[in-house]
Design a protein around this ligand. Structure first.
Ligand SMILES: Nc1ncnc2c1ncn2[C@@H]1O[C@H](COP(=O)(O)OP(=O)(O)OP(=O)(O)O)[C@@H](O)[C@H]1O
Length: 260
């Protein structure tokens, strides 16, 4: 369970990125965080794994006060939380499997870290993770020979290999085409349902968010203005989240569904 209690985040330059945030996210939920650019979506998800520190309030993960963690405790805590970025964050000049094996580095004894020699068990786990996202056949291919969608799946496999309870995804499909985006979103959904891993995703594509997430959190100017099930989201709610700028989007969505 992730719990925000009156969370506030102010950046050193004075920008109030989050205000009065109160949320409870249960294990295994698939949550999409939506809102205009600059609304505070990235800040919200990055506070969960302490990439950003909150200014006031309390942030609890499984009853542990995240703000109180220090040094090694933060590193151990982060092992339970996978992070997926828009830009994949892979080492592109090496193979897929080596990128996945990186997730085991913190667990290795010093000599293995230095020599880069992984155990058979680690290699099997890495291959298993690649299998889960359907790219086992690419294990020994260099990352720069893969498409964007395949690269995002490698990033997902690397995260899975660390056996997380929670995956935070910051705009994971922003640089992908619609077909590839669907494949990657299907992977997220499968992982969420089959492995009961919580997924908290910051996303600009409203229609994709509504299709895949069970719950939508709408942020406007750092405040939660909607929190509810995806199928309860109406045009009126979207207008509230996006400050009246979704008329066109929504009517094009309605037009599209009328043609189906
Ligand atoms: N490191 C920082 N220092 C100062 N201000 C920041 C910093 N990071 C973000 N902000 C500001 O905090 C606010 C929220 O930013 P955030 O990146 O969380 O929004 P977002 O909803 O994720 O936007 P986008 O969809 O464009 O990524 C914005 O006003 C932004 O300019």
């Amino acid at each position: 369970m992730i719990e925000f209690k009156n969370v506030e985040k102010k950046y050193p330059n004075g920008t109030a990125a989050l205000q009065n945030v109160n949320l409870k996210i249960g294990q295994g939920e698939f949550v999409a965080v939506i809102g205009l650019s600059g609304a505070g979506k990235s800040t919200l998800i990055r506070c969960i794994n302490r990439m950003h520190d909150i200014t006031s309030g309390q942030l609890m993960v499984d009853n542990v006060d995240v703000t109180g963690l220090k040094g090694k405790q933060i590193r151990n805590f982060r092992r339970r939380i996978g992070m997926i970025f828009q830009s994949f964050n892979l080492v592109t000049r090496t193979t897929v499997i080596k990128n996945v094996l990186v997730s085991f580095v913190p667990d290795l004894p010093f000599w293995r870290k230095v020599t880069g020699i992984f155990t058979k068990e680690h290699k099997l786990k890495a291959l298993e993770a690649l299998d889960k996202v359907g790219i086992l056949d690419k294990a020994f291919v260099r990352v720069d020979q893969l498409s964007g969608g395949q690269q995002q799946r490698v990033a997902l496999a690397r995260t899975l290999a660390q056996n997380p309870d929670i995956i935070l995804a910051d705009e994971p499909i922003a640089s992908l085409d619609p077909v590839t985006s669907k494949q990657v979103m299907d992977d997220f959904k499968k992982i969420n349902k089959d492995m009961n891993i919580s997924v908290i995703m910051n996303i600009h594509h409203v229609e994709v968010a509504l299709e895949y997430a069970d719950r939508i959190i709408g942020i406007r100017k750092g405040e939660v203005v909607f929190d509810g099930e995806s199928d309860k989201v109406t045009k009126h709610i979207l207008n509230d989240i996006y400050g009246g700028q979704v008329e066109e989007l929504k009517s094009s969505m309605e037009e599209k569904s009328a043609h189906v």
